[in-house]
Write a protein of this length. Sequence first.
Length: 393
Amino acid sequence: MIYNFDKNVDRSKNNSVKWEEIGLNFGDNDLLPMWVADMDFETAPEILEAMNNKLNQKIFGYVSRPDSYFESAVNWTQKRYGYDIDPKTLIHSPGVIPTISLIVRLFTSENDKIMIQNPVYTPFSNTVKLNNRKLVINSLIEKDGKYIIDFEDLENKAKDPDLKWFILCNPHNPVGRVWTKEELEKLAHICLKNDVRIIADEIWRDIVYKKHKHISIASLSKEIEDITITCFSATKTFNIAGLQASFVSFQRIEEFNSFNKELEILDIRRNNPFNLVAVEAAFNKGEEWLNELLEYLEANVDYVEKYIKENVPKINVIKPEGTYLMWLDFRNLKLDNDELSRVLKEEGKIALSNGYSFGEEGSGFVRMNIACPRYMVEEGLSRIKKAVDSIIK
């Protein structure tokens, strides 16, 4: 490997949410943080070089965005996914979740219904409820260690004329599914038949493992593309989330103009000096780094699966097809959510995301972030084992 993902990176004094806010979120600062979904790897040196070049200019005024910014995203999407996005459909936004929230506010009315698929990333439900829209749940079904879509339930709920939008998470956080072409086509056709629009959160699209392939739902046909608003970013992929940069693709010009106008009103349309050059460098020069990262992450996934099977057989592993998140099933321990959290915190001294925070369908599960050097994965697993052994004893 050219890049060193085993390097010990001390993040304890760099104002990292993951490391500095453990006490705030768990009530104990002395925990190993494997919760927030960012990586404990240095980003690609090609990105650091671009940012250093900007730093050496020593002036950080307002930024004019060149066409090359959007072209880098278009070229990356075409090269890796075979999907040709028109750069004229793209808008820069500070983040995917702010984008989704703004779409909900601009293009729905109060009491309109919006569907999500629990267990799913917590901000999805917040963007619906905090905007005074009605939340509809199409619960995923866990079957033989893999999650599938309940299409019968989805179709029945899609018939409701008050249901306006469906928020798709692909790849899915936290269960790690990378939806197949057949699944996406079936989902899209249900939405088309019932006049339900799609918001596709594809921020995890680059973190997909061998034997699986990310397919953008909008790429399936022009008809499906027209009802879809697609969100993606380089930030999750290259560990630059704090730079706050994402893309959103609008096929309908009136929605493009409305969204763009709202960013103008809020005065948040511009890039900052660093995310502009970092994103371009990521898409233009970061592919080799990403390919090595994926190899390292998949080895971590395999290590977790093997370790738990051999040492903590009470836990079942939902093996991810994408993302760097392990969805661990503790239900065999017969603990309620509060007790499970307490044991992991007090006996294991580890900070993991509680499964029930992703919806009641996540009860009995925890989410573990394995985007870190192997020694941290090993330490985290030993702490989980210690917690489980304390229960069994």
